[in-house]
Design a protein around this ligand. Sequence first.
Ligand code: URA
Length: 233
Amino acid sequence: MDEHRVQYLKDLGITAWVRREWTYTSLATGATGTPSMDVNGSRESGIAVMGWPELEQAVTGCTACGLRAGCARTVFGVGARQAEWMVIGEAPGADEDKQGEPFVGRAGQLLNSMLAAIGLKREQVYIANILKCRPPGNRDPKPEEAELCRPFLQRQIALIRPKLILAVGRIAAQNLLNTDTPIGHLRGRVHQLGNIPVVVTYHPAYLLRSPGEKRKAWTDLQLALRILNGGNG
Ligand code: URA
């Protein structure tokens, strides 16, 4: 959105949420420090230096957007904190909201099978979502919700320093890559988040509805494997 449009909307009393770039410097360093607010009281700079325990606590206690009031539990993320692979989805659904763990429903079972197909156990990767709280009725995340939740995922990525990110589904891919490009155009090539390669594939929930697309997802997984094994796609 251009600056003039943002100003017009401001003048009309409308807050325009602009999807921001991921901060590559904070992605590149896993260094921790004392969580503190800068002179502007920036929540984001506080989160950017948190270690795992503070980060988990901050997510559990977060009420920055309205979603926490309507969800049972926050869904922080699960898996190996030294993982080479990071899988990023959209947001918790009903099962994840109950259990506090990402991808535990039917889509999660398919995700486990997709990982197994490339020789990975679920425990070997780190799985997280764009949003830590379930949107009501599983609606798409709103831009302002994604923006307020972004520092948490950004910090998880910085602490893990994965060798590859697999973005599953349109919402994950578009938010991570800061684009509105349709998923069909994002998959099949390698993107970069700072110095981390990102491969995009279909969401397992979509694959459950459209099993004919599983072949394409398989191609995406093979691309990711090649990247991780030192190929350039
Ligand atoms: N879909 C997602 O994108 N994430 C989950 O955790 C579950 C379903």
